[in-house]
Design a protein around this ligand. Structure first.
Ligand code: ADP
Length: 431
């Protein structure tokens, strides 16, 4: 464990720490950020009412729209002379949100990413191939800082220029790679295309995140790169990557949320009411230690559940893999659909590869979905019985009738280095 005193802190002690941090954070926010002062005053809430995490439900959510309304710096809780770095979200769902860090925030960022990398198998003395994008996106520099703190030799490759990535993997022999799961798929395809045996590389661990992924992609990446692949989750608004991380020996059981810095709740998507552990809803996070850009009850829009795992190595709560963003959910003829659900079904069908895209369009007044999916090597793509069987399996599992369009290997767009959208929605351009 990177920081066993914290990662294994008894729950009661962890709660005391969270409560103390929360009440001082709320006082600070009330006096230093006009947005929060107004939010409290508008509903007659005093900062003294928030004594523990159990009182959080009294505070309204902070949403992405609030951050956009305060663009670029009005949510900052420290003056610019104390800010040491500014990042922005990738802007996947619209205008980017801007976030700032004091030196102390950057130290915390290093701490949680170092913890996360260790949890994913990385160790001091190993080399890290960091293929997350460097720049305004928090991925590249965030992971870079944590790896340096952990004592790794960082290779700041950044995303893209795949040919160069292959050369570095072969010549520099890094043991750990960080990138998006879809880019790890691209790299694994390219190894095959170039006749490179992954066993001739030194890679052992892949720490992957920034977009939703499921076991089918884990399998492909683990085989294709000859690694153990773990999930890292985060968002710029909260800090960047390293909000939570899966342990390499506990793969498939969820990601530890570093609760000494980030307090999680899961709430009902429609009513905002906090849900019991284990129930799926929107993840809401309160930062407990951030100085420049603290947030109370930030509505991440990401769908998951949280729960304590009694068999786990650490005491901190775990979150399930993200099913998707609330606003990425498709509603097809009244049925809700996340692309990860389709991915999970692909996992169960022999003969398909996890390279796919959902194309949404209108047929007359009706919404319709086509699943474009590549067949595994050697599989015939015009086999009508196979196509029919896939359609049936999707209908029976997800409840949606979809057209199936089998595609040859490498014909569906791949990640060029960053996040990959697996949905092509043609409806808005048609109507
Ligand atoms: P943007 O919201 O513009 O993409 P960020 O680059 O900050 O900005 O990305 C954060 C978002 O990326 C998260 O809110 C979540 O939707 C997604 N994300 C990050 N890590 C993961 C992960 N491990 N699994 C699923 N989704 C993730």
């Amino acid at each position: 464990m990177y920081n066993s005193e914290i990662e294994n802190m008894p729950l009661e002690k962890l709660r005391d720490l969270q409560n103390a941090r929360l009440s001082s954070m709320v006082k600070r926010l009330y006096s230093d950020v006009p947005f929060y002062k107004n939010q409290f005053d508008n509903i007659g809430l005093s900062h003294n009412d928030i004594k523990s995490v159990d009182d959080l439900y009294l505070i309204p959510f902070t949403k992405k729209a609030d951050l956009r309304a305060n663009y670029p710096f009005k949510m900052f809780a420290k003056p610019m002379d104390q800010i040491r770095r500014i990042h922005a979200s990738s802007g996947t769902t619209g205008k980017s949100t801007v976030v700032g860090y004091t030196q102390n925030d950057l130290d915390i960022f290093d701490e949680v990413t170092a913890r996360s990398l260790y949890c994913g198998g990385a160790r001091k003395g190993m080399k890290l191939h960091n293929a997350y994008g460097y720049g305004l996106f928090t991925g590249g520099l965030g992971i870079h800082g944590g790896a340096t703190k952990l004592g790794m030799a960082v290779i700041p490759v950044s995303g893209g220029i795949t040919e160069r990535q292959l050369t570095i993997l072969q010549d520099f022999k890094p043991e750990v790679i960080c990138c998006t799961p879809s880019y790890a798929q691209t790299l694994s395809d390219e190894l095959i295309k170039n006749g490179i045996n992954p066993k001739d590389l030194a890679l052992k661990y892949a720490v992957l995140g920034a977009e939703p992924w499921t076991e089918v992609i884990r399998n492909q990446v683990e085989d294709g790169l000859d690694v153990k692949a773990t999930n890292i989750y985060g968002l710029s608004e909260i800090i960047g990557p390293g909000v939570s991380q899966e342990d390499v020996e506990e793969r498939g059981t969820g990601c530890y949320i570093w609760e000494d810095h980030f307090y999680p709740e899961v709430v009902d998507r429609d009513t905002g009411v906090p849900l019991p552990y284990g129930e799926e809803g929107v993840l809401v996070i309160t930062t407990l230690t951030k100085e420049a850009f603290p947030l109370l009850r930030y509505w991440t829009n990401d769908i998951c559940s949280i729960n304590y795992d009694k068999n786990a190595k650490r005491t901190h709560i775990k979150m399930s893999a993200i099913k998707g963003r609330s606003d990425d959910m498709l509603i097809i003829r009244g049925v809700n659909l996340f692309h990860t659900q389709v991915e999970e079904v692909i996992y169960q069908i022999e003969g398909l590869s996890p390279n796919y895209r959902l194309v949404v369009d209108k047929k007359g007044a009706m919404d319709c979905v086509t699943l474009e999916v590549e067949t595994a090597p050697g599989m015939e793509k015009d086999n009508l019985d196979f196509i029919k069987a896939i359609g049936m399996k999707m209908k029976n599992t997800i409840g949606i009738t979809m057209d199936i369009d089998l595609k040859p290997h490498l014909s569906i767009p791949r990640s060029q280095g960053g996040k990959l959208s697996r949905i092509l929605d043609k409806r808005s351009s048609v109507y």
